[in-house]
Each structure stands twice: as structure tokens, then as C-alpha cells.
Design a protein around this ligand. Structure first.
Ligand SMILES: NC(=O)c1ccc[n+]([C@@H]2O[C@H](COP(=O)([O-])OP(=O)(O)OC[C@H]3O[C@@H](n4cnc5c(N)ncnc54)[C@H](O)[C@@H]3O)[C@@H](O)[C@H]2O)c1
Ligand SMILES: O=C(O)C(=O)C[C@@H](O)[C@H](O)[C@H](O)COP(=O)(O)O
Ligand SMILES: [Zn+2]
Length: 349
């Protein structure tokens, strides 16, 4: 017997992304700010002075990608129970992408879902992670393998928070910016080649354009059934680099930089991109001193890891490749020998 069920479609997802000074935020519910000691040390006082709520708590979790785990999420959930949050309560993610991904995931789980907002404090989270509702954690099998699509209610991007960000972290954010440009916008890529990101106006314009591109993609394909996969350029390779090195050697953005160079090498091999353009991308990454090489010890193991990538299905790996700078191609069923040849060459560099 078949029992049909037809659910009333939910309201369309809609939220504002503000790129400006942090406004005063007033809530009539309990609020829990999730952050880490580094971000709290620099900016918590500022944040708290902007929030009004009948009951405000701060939960501090350890700093680092290696803590982006179910265990940490459970510790945040426990704090939510201790503070007796209810279904109207709100979580605020205050930090980089690690905080954002875990806070969003916690919000999706607590009593089957409560609201959260994003206040990103790294370049990477301002241009990418805070927008689009991918939330989750890593495990020993790989990156972000446990999670949910769960959208924030609002995103407040204040570029002033970036003044305390270490140079290496800034560069990691730049990698995701380059990703957007290579995939979607040659003009933006050229702008980046000449941009002075120490200049406030140019930095703000860079954040604005990246967020605009990301929102444009997510608006078309929230759950990655199609074009959203393009935001994964460099990640199929980069996630393996992160996992192989226990999330402690490379920052996410650095692994993505390496991954984009690997993807470009494959694109060159397939005749999708010229060697000159691949060099152009590498040169742009190098302006921020991002890593562009990685020694693959075991090509077979590296390749096997691709099957755990969330884009892989039915034993087929999906590669997101540039088709000259500013456009992309999603390619499936590339001959294993071709991929391994490129990986092997990479390891020899
Ligand atoms: N959900 C998404 O769409 C999405 C997109 C891209 C990346 N991500 C995820 O985001 C994570 C990477 O994010 P990230 O690069 O922001 O790393 P992160 O969250 O680890 O932050 C980087 C470091 O900067 C510190 N920091 C944060 N703000 C600071 C500030 N203003 N001043 C000084 N120090 C500051 C943090 O404490 C941390 O040590 C990865 O887990 C990645 O998978 C998610
Ligand atoms: O928003 C997206 O979609 C992205 O792919 C953005 C990526 O920069 C980000 O690192 C994302 O978390 C990777 O997604 P995943 O599904 O491969 O875990
Ligand atoms: Zn990323």
C-alpha cells in the first residue's frame, strides 16, 4: 500500500547580508554567542556592546579546524541545554568558518532547529562560509561529511574585524576569492590582479563582489543539485590534502589553493585550459604567498579518497574544472589513468 504525502512547501528562504559596521542588534529571546578564545580576546567586548537581549550567554569552544567535530557540537548543545534555550532562542556564530559551520549545525539540531545568525570575523568566512547555509563537521573519513543545509537568519559582515587577522589567515580567504573569480568572472580576476586589499574601499568591494557571486549561485541551487557544485572548485583535491595532513598542516584556504592548482593541471591535461592561464592563476595565488605545491606520497590512496567526496555518486567522481579563466565545466568519468598521471606529476614537483 502506498500512502501519499504532500507537504506544503516552506516559505522561500530569504535573508539580508549586511556589509558594513556592526549595527545595534536587539532580540527579545535568549541569545547564545558561540566563539573561541582568539576571537573573544580581540572582539567579544565590541560584539556584546552591540547586542541587547533579556538573557545573553557566551559559549567558548577551542580554536582550530581539528576541533570541528561532532564532539564539539555536542558540547555546544550541552551548553544550550544548561542555559535552557527554547525554540525561540537564537545562536550567534562569532568567528571564522569553523565557528560558523559548527554553530549553524548546532542550531539545526537543537530541538530540531532554532534560528542562528552569522557574524563572520575572517576574510574566508566573510566572503564565503557565512553565506549559503552549508553547516557541519569533519570526521576521520573526511571533510564536512556530517552536516546539514541550514540557512542563517541574517549575516553581518564587518570588514573592521579583519584588522586583527593574521596575514596567513587573510591569504587563506583570498584563495576562496580567487576560486569565485576563476569559476565565474574574468573581469573580477583581472581586478584582483591589480587590487590593493590593504585599501579599505578595495577590500570592501572585493568582499561585496564575492558575496554577490556566492549568493547568486546559492539562490539558484541551495542544496547543490547543480551549479552550486562549482563552488567546490579546488575542494575535491584540497579536502584530501586537509584530511591527509590531519587538518593541522594547511589552513582550509591553503588546501583549496593547492587543490585549484591541481584542478588546473587536470584541466590543462584535458585541453580545457591553457598552460598560460594555469600559470596566471598560480601567480595570483602567489601574490598572497599561498602554497601551490604538495607532495602526494601515495597517488592511489589520494585517488581513492575522491570517492568519499560528497559530489561523487554511483562510483563516479565529479571534477569541477576551469574552462579558461571566468568559466567552468563539471566533468565526470575522467579516465582514472589520466587523473593519476596528473597527480603523479604533481607529486614530483
Ligand atoms: N559553509 C561554507 O560554505 C564554508 C565555506 C568555506 C569554508 N568553510 C569552512 O570554514 C572553515 C575555515 O574557515 P576560516 O578560514 O575562517 O578558519 P577558522 O574559523 O579556523 O579561523 C581562522 C583563525 O583565525 C582566527 N580568527 C578569527 N577571526 C579573527 C580575527 N578577526 N582576528 C584574529 N584572529 C581571528 C580564528 O580563531 C582561527 O584561529 C573550514 O572548516 C571550512 O571547511 C565553510
Ligand atoms: O558553499 C559551497 O557550496 C561551497 O562549496 C563553499 C566551499 O568553499 C566550502 O569549503 C564548503 O564547505 C565545501 O563544501 P563541501 O560540500 O565540499 O563540504
Ligand atoms: Zn572552501
Amino acid at each position: 500500500m502506498i500512502v501519499p504525502i504532500e507537504l506544503i512547501p516552506p516559505q522561500p528562504v530569504k535573508y539580508d547580508i549586511t556589509i558594513d559596521k556592526l549595527p545595534k542588534l536587539t532580540f527579545n529571546t535568549k541569545v547564545v554567542v558561540v566563539t573561541n578564545p582568539t576571537v573573544a580576546g580581540f572582539h567579544l567586548e565590541t560584539l556584546l556592546s552591540h547586542i541587547q537581549s533579556p538573557e545573553l550567554h557566551v559559549v567558548t569552544i577551542p580554536d582550530g579546524e581539528q576541533y570541528k567535530t561532532l564532539q564539539t557540537v555536542e558540547s555546544i548543545l550541552n551548553e544550550c541545554f544548561e542555559h535552557k534555550l527554547d525554540r525561540k532562542s537564537l545562536l550567534i556564530a562569532f568567528g571564522g568558518g569553523v565557528i560558523g559551520d559548527m554553530t549553524g549545525f548546532t542550531a539545526s539540531l537543537y530541538q530540531r532547529g532554532i534560528d542562528f545568525i552569522q557574524i563572520p570575523t575572517t576574510l574566508l568566512s566573510q566572503v564565503d562560509a557565512s553565506v549559503g547555509g552549508k553547516t557541519g563537521v569533519n570526521n576521520k573519513y573526511g571533510k564536512n561529511l556530517i552536516g546539514a543545509f541550514y540557512q542563517p537568519k541574517a549575516v553581518y559582515i564587518n570588514p573592521e574585524f579583519l584588522k586583527t587577522l593574521p596575514k596567513r589567515e587573510f591569504a587563506a580567504g583570498f584563495a576562496e576569492i580567487v576560486k569565485m573569480a576563476v569559476m565565474f568572472d574574468r573581469e573580477y580576476f583581472d581586478f584582483l590582479k591589480n587590487a590593493d586589499l590593504a585599501d579599505e574601499a578595495q577590500l570592501k568591494e572585493t568582499i561585496r563582489r564575492s558575496v554577490e557571486l556566492k549568493a547568486w549561485v546559492v539562490n539558484q541551487d541551495e542544496k547543490e543539485a547543480g551549479i552550486r557544485a562549482v563552488l567546490n572548485y579546488g575542494h575535491t583535491f584540497g579536502h584530501v590534502v586537509e584530511n591527509e595532513t590531519d587538518y593541522t598542516t594547511y589552513l582550509h584556504g591553503e588546501a583549496v589553493a593547492i587543490g585549484m592548482v591541481m584542478a588546473n593541471a587536470l584541466a590543462v591535461e584535458l585541453g580545457l585550459m591553457s598552460e598560460e592561464e594555469a600559470d596566471e592563476v598560480k601567480a595570483l595565488l602567489k601574490t598572497q604567498e599561498l602554497p601551490t605545491t604538495y607532495c602526494i606520497d601515495d597517488v592511489d590512496a589520494f585517488y581513492e579518497h575522491f570517492f568519499l567526496d560528497k559530489k561523487s555518486a554511483n562510483n563516479s567522481i565529479k571534477f569541477i574544472l576551469p574552462k579558461k579563466i571566468g568559466s567552468h565545466k563539471i566533468v565526470q568519468d575522467i579516465d582514472e589513468a589520466v587523473v593519476k598521471k596528473v597527480l603523479r606529476r604533481f607529486g614530483e614537483e
